[in-house]
Design a protein around this ligand. Structure first.
Ligand SMILES: O=C(O)CC1=CCC(=O)O1
Length: 262
């Protein structure tokens, strides 16, 4: 376990693979921590430097007082990558992690050589929806959102398995202030214009049963970047890396090869 002290925040991160290999950085979604990628990491090609981290207010990272801005979330990973001397990475971001990927690529193309916009959007939901969600959490805790969230995160088949409780517990055990802080950041983000200016290899990944960022939104977001690719994983919800890790890792491996990372 490693902790990066970035001044106003301490980020928990983990490195796997070859420290001298081509870097791939993973950013996870609202209500999850870096274990989101546990099933995918062992399926990636050997020889990569694999870095994942808990964004502020999540997992084992510190939880500064909110609300957070998307700019702060982007700055956190920018500073983490600088600290770890990582450049030219493949950046894989899921949901809010995919927003962080867009923001980081816009700001620091030297850090991001290629990006995966997984189950994300240039804009996710409407401010009124996020306001309702934040009020429900303030009134009754994250638990109040858990049942509806599992329906967005997972397909019907997966929800019938006992594993769904693992992810439900992960969500409900995130710090409430971290969940609220990141919700505020999503609510305030509209990347349509900046993402349209990006010029780098992009792969959009969507889940056919994603109740949070439906395939059309992911495709529309990837399409903002000329030459981007799009892949649909069938019979999965918002977290395809959990439901179909082999297919997900297969898409990443193909993209890593095409972009010269392996
Ligand atoms: O909770 C959800 O609906 C899923 C989600 C939206 C943004 C994010 O990061 O996760």
């Amino acid at each position: 376990m490693k902790m990066a002290d970035l001044g106003d925040v301490r980020l928990h991160y983990r490195e796997d693979g070859d420290p001298d290999g081509a870097p791939i950085v993973f950013a996870n979604s609202l209500g999850t921590d870096l274990r989101l990628w546990d099933k995918v990491v062992p399926l990636l090609p050997k020889g990569l430097r694999i870095v994942r981290y808990d964004k502020r207010g999540h997992g084992l990272s510190s939880c500064p007082k909110g609300p957070y801005s998307m700019g702060a979330l982007v700055r956190d990973v920018e500073r983490l990558m600088e600290l770890l001397a990582i450049k030219d990475a493949m950046f894989v971001g899921l949901s809010i992690g995919g927003m962080i990927a867009q923001g980081l690529a816009v700001k620091r193309l030297d850090l991001v050589r290629a990006a995966v916009f997984s189950n994300t959007g240039a804009k996710i939901g409407q401010p009124a929806m996020w306001q309702d969600r934040m009020e429900a959490v303030k009134a009754s805790g994250i638990e109040a959102l858990a049942d509806a969230t599992m329906e967005r995160w997972f397909s019907k088949d997966f929800r019938a398995t006992p594993e769904v409780d693992v992810w439900r517990n992960m969500m409900t055990r995130q710090p409430q202030d971290g969940y609220l802080g990141c919700s505020a950041a999503i609510s305030g983000t509209d990347f349509y214009t900046p993402t349209s200016g990006l010029r780098l290899p992009v792969l959009g990944i969507a889940g056919s049963e994603d109740g949070s960022t439906p395939p059309d939104l992911v495709r529309e977001t990837a399409d903002l970047v000329p030459g981007s690719q799009f892949a649909l994983i069938r019979r999965v919800g918002h977290l395809p890396c959990v439901e179909k890790p082999e297919e997900y890792a297969g898409l990443l491996t193909k993209f890593l090869r095409e972009t010269g990372h392996v």
